[in-house]
Design a protein around this ligand. Structure first.
Ligand code: FES
Length: 166
């Protein structure tokens, strides 16, 4: 069972719902939403159970804002140590395809890093630069977000999602 659990990723909130389900509660204790039909995602284990089985988000969570081409913004709590792409996928951010799963081999996780965070996120490595040649509408600040590690140095990161990925 553990091997299977480690093979998928699960958001802390969905994990809570799963645990509640195992205890005979089919709804989340915090938001009362129902257990999702399929659990797809790794135990994002920086959260911890409180004695009441209410999960607390760790202080290691970093805020990232994704801005869509139409200006719609979504701010997510992302676990320190993941990549920005993983945070996007865990939170169903539209427009981040990430077809290669983070191997820097598809350029479908292209984003524009806000100017204020370019120093903190660093420059693309040579392999990422090469892959960016395949991305749509590359500009200053273009990055493949699977190559941006989430650390406390980028807390509050703002990235823009391109109009399309290819
Ligand atoms: Fe494929 Fe980032 S997920 S290059």
């Amino acid at each position: 069972m553990f091997a299977a659990a480690e093979a998928v990723r699960i958001r802390p909130h969905d994990l809570l719902k799963c645990l509640n389900s195992l205890l005979g509660q089919t709804n989340c204790a915090r938001c009362n939403s129902e257990l999702p039909p399929a659990v797809q995602m790794v135990l994002a284990t920086r959260c911890r159970p409180s004695p009441t089985l209410s999960w607390e988000i760790s202080e290691n969570m970093i805020k990232i804002t994704f801005i869509q081409p139409d200006g719609a913004a979504q701010t997510v709590d992302a676990e320190n140590g993941l990549t920005v792409m993983e945070a996007a996928k865990l939170n169903d951010i539209a427009g981040i395809e990430a077809e290669c799963g983070g191997a820097c081999a598809c350029a479908t996780c292209h984003v524009y890093v806000d100017e204020a965070f370019r120093a903190a996120t660093g420059k693309p490595a040579a392999m990422e630069e090469d892959m960016l040649d395949f991305a749509f509408d590359v500009r200053d600040g273009s990055r493949l977000c699977c190559q941006i590690k989430i650390t406390s140095a980028i807390d509050g990161l703002v990235v823009r999602v391109p109009a399309k990925q290819f």
